[in-house]
Design a protein around this ligand. Structure first.
Ligand code: ADP
Ligand code: LRH
Length: 470
């Protein structure tokens, strides 16, 4: 059996097909990378799901034969299939506004506390349950989350992988089974939720036509199909006293726990208990993440990220900061204008140049990381000695440094492709090549050079900046 595994990893800003070789340690290579992003059609925001699928096939063809394939993606979004298995409409992007007001209506009817007691999930306006309530389900026979939809197209098999199912708001946080009493109470059709599958479980072989198209065949295996679950599984921590920030389009900041935290304080702080690998709980909160920077760059055509980051390092510290989690930042649109408006609203002078905006974004994000990490520690009682920052944001040295300074804790940065590592290591474990999470993490730590940032000790300036916006 070969020791090569393919990971299909769809992030909100880019997708990639990666190849891992475990013949001698763990080596990752990129077979294919492609852009991803919202497409607006007639006022609605969609994913280009068929375009993504085509790129996945291109990537698998380039990767060549492997022992197995795993698929992960961003959470919450889904496709609906009719009774014949055909896709009913294009999957809608979680930044679309069709869910406006839905979470408030559900909270008023079911009760926010009862919802949290069942699912343990943070309230985000786009959680799957709110999207389903805003959708037309008349002809829907099956709801498949994005990685499960890709898995279905590759193999013909339907199911719902549990880490991603935990982001729907419809999974019982204690039993990790579909919360059918809640589903019925919400008036959602129970029959559209397919059987659950666990990370590591075989899904099926590639359909014959798919194998013919890419030129080889292999089984597809369930992994932590929520990208954040795979990323957290690959945090290169040596012991339990760590926090993480999985930093890409979003920053997912929190700790790993053996049990959920469902206290009223936890709900008030909007902390989530999402399902991790091996029964672990990803206790975290979403921070708006590098989306803020991505949308700024989109507003400045021709700008160069490297140059802007270099210039931002020389800008005046704490000239202006915003609360990165203001709902106004969620949809696509003119980000610099929204940041400027937030600065004015909080009595600050808006940044005067792109480099100053970048500085503002990175300091604001570090403030978001600081608050989430501190609250995760307080609410869970977990000791934290180090913050692991993984994902594309770990390449951003300024952000890593600011995060260490703001948190007052060392930051260990990398790997940038943590999600891919988590994806392939769950496959490698199913093949008997790795034993447990500890060994997986040690392998990641030895596969990549990691960078360590010691905190400057000047937490007072960060506390003052935080007091302006939180
Ligand atoms: P996602 O999976 O959500 O699409 P990624 O984990 O791929 O996100 O992270 C993408 C982000 O990482 C980019 O928006 C960018 O801000 C940051 N990034 C990637 N490469 C670099 C780099 N070389 N220097 C600084 N930042 C980078
Ligand atoms: C990160 C992520 C995050 C979700 C968001 C929708 O890619 O999966 O964990 O909250 O996308």
């Amino acid at each position: 059996m070969s020791r090569r595994f393919a990971a299909v990893d769809l992030g909100a800003s880019s997708g990639r097909v990666m190849l891992a070789d475990l013949s001698d340690g763990l080596r990752l290579t990129e077979a294919h990378r492609f852009p991803n992003g919202p497409v607006r059609v007639a006022g609605r925001l969609y994913w280009d799901i068929l375009g993504l699928y085509r790129e996945i096939l291109t990537g698998l063809r380039a990767a060549g034969p492997v022992s197995s394939i795993g698929v992960d993606s961003w959470a919450v979004d889904y496709g609906l299939l009719d009774a014949s298995g055909a896709l009913l409409g294009n999957p809608v992007h979680y930044r679309d506004d069709r869910t406006a007001g839905v979470s408030e209506r559900v909270a008023a009817s079911v009760g926010a506390a009862s919802l949290y007691e069942v699912s343990g999930l943070q309230v985000l306006p786009f959680n799957t349950l709110y999207q389903l309530l805003a959708d037309r389900l008349d002809d829907a026979a099956t709801m498949l989350l994005v990685p499960d939809l890709i898995g279905y197209w590759l193999t013909g098999e339907r199911g719902a992988e549990v880490t991603n199912a935990s982001t729907t708001g419809l999974l019982d946080v204690n039993t990790r089974a579909w919360a059918f009493p809640l589903i019925e109470r919400l008036g959602l059709p129970a029959g559209i939720f397919p059987p659950l599958r666990q990370p590591g479980e075989a899904i099926g072989g590639l359909r014959r036509d798919v194998a013919a198209e890419i030129g080889w065949s292999a089984p597809v295996r369930a992994v932590g199909s929520h990208d954040t679950a795979s990323a957290v599984a690959a945090v290169p921590a040596a012991g339990p006293a760590f926090a993480y920030v999985s930093c890409g389009t979003w920053s997912l900041a929190g700790v790993e726990l053996p049990e959920p935290v469902l206290t009223p304080e936890s709900r008030a702080a909007n902390f989530t208990n999402e399902a991790g690998i091996d029964g672990t709980v990803r206790y975290l909160r979403n921070v708006m993440g590098l989306w803020l920077l991505q949308e700024c760059l989109r507003a400045w055509p021709g700008s160069d990220l490297g140059e802007l980051l270099a210039a931002a390092a020389h800008e005046k510290p704490f000239a202006a900061v915003v609360n990165p989690d203001e709902p106004v930042f969620l949809p696509p649109g003119d980000m610099p204008a929204r940041i400027a408006a937030e600065c004015r609203r909080t009595g600050q002078i808006p940044p005067a140049s792109p480099a100053a905006y970048v500085r503002c974004v990175l300091e604001s994000l570090a403030l978001g990381h600081r608050l989430a990490v501190r609250q995760a520690m307080e609410l869970s009682g977990r000791d934290v000695e180090v913050v692991h920052l993984v994902g594309g944001g770990s390449r951003n040295e300024l952000l890593c440094r600011f995060t260490a300074d703001a948190c007052g804790l060392p930051v260990v940065a990398g790997p940038a492709e943590a999600t891919t590592f988590g994806n392939v290591l769950v496959q490698a474990r199913a093949a008997g090549l790795v034993s447990d999470l500890t060994e997986m993490r040690a392998l990641v730590a030895s596969a990549e050079p990691l960078r360590r940032y010691e905190p400057s000790g000047d937490t007072g300036a960060w506390a003052e900046a935080a007091s302006r916006v939180f």
